[in-house]
Design a protein around this ligand. Structure first.
Ligand SMILES: Cc1cc2nc3c(=O)[nH]c(=O)nc-3n(C[C@H](O)[C@H](O)[C@H](O)COP(=O)(O)O)c2cc1C
Length: 199
């Protein structure tokens, strides 16, 4: 039945995550779609004990952050719709004329992302695709993950030098399950009958 997710609360702190596997996970995940393919995201990979401690303090002291070999800080860029983002010009590679690209840049600035709320949504929505893609990619390489929004954004921004035009969207712990522990029981997930309204 393909990939089945559950949130791994207990990571084996004695097992590192190989840097090559982390690279493969991320290079697979970046195939995630994004609006205009602008890819308004970046990732801070927290690996050192010192950086883990700083993240732990800013994320409600969730023990997984210390136990997991890596936690990714997923950052969305609220300004990535502007012409300063060279990803706009990737469209040239597939023959899109410059005036059409400029038209899209104008439309993004004047209509799609012309309020602070829309800019924030732009960063969060797109980065959310990357993070779910990352969780699938991790699973593909046999690596477990755990998503978290239990953190204080201001503290993370200060600790990791993230400027105000960026949003800390989510954290993801990556690593291997600690087999000496028992997973929390699976909570009910609503299915088709409960969440779909066909019109
Ligand atoms: C956006 C998001 C934020 C979450 N934040 C936290 C968190 O801060 N701490 C935590 O222990 N779990 C967190 N979780 C994990 C959820 O509690 C978990 O996915 C949910 O209970 C369902 O469990 P399952 O994934 O094992 O089915 C988060 C999950 C998501 C998607």
């Amino acid at each position: 039945m393909g990939i089945v997710f559950f949130s791994v609360n207990f990571f084996d702190s004695s097992r590192d995550l190989d840097e090559e596997i982390l690279k493969k996970i991320i290079d697979l995940a970046v195939l995630a779609p994004s609006a205009f393919n602008l890819q308004p995201w970046e990732i801070i990979a927290v690996r050192s004990p010192e950086a883990k401690q700083r993240l732990y303090d800013a994320a409600l002291k969730q023990p997984k952050i210390l136990a997991a070999p890596v936690t990714l800080i997923m950052v969305g860029d609220k300004d990535a719709y502007t012409e300063a983002n060279d990803a706009w010009w990737y469209m040239r590679d597939v023959g899109t004329p410059d005036d059409k690209i400029r038209g899209s840049i104008e439309f993004a600035r004047n209509v799609l992302y012309n309020t602070e709320l829309k800019r924030n949504n732009f960063a969060v929505r797109n980065t959310s695709f990357l993070y779910m893609s990352l969780m699938y990619a991790a699973k593909y390489y046999g690596v477990e993950s755990h998503a978290m929004i239990g953190f204080e954004e201001d503290k993370i921004k200060k600790e990791f030098n993230i400027p105000d035009n960026k949003v800390v969207v989510l954290l993801i712990c990556l690593g291997y399950f600690d087999e000496s522990k028992t997973l929390y029981p699976r909570l009910k997930h609503r299915g088709y009958e409960e969440i779909v309204r066909v019109v």
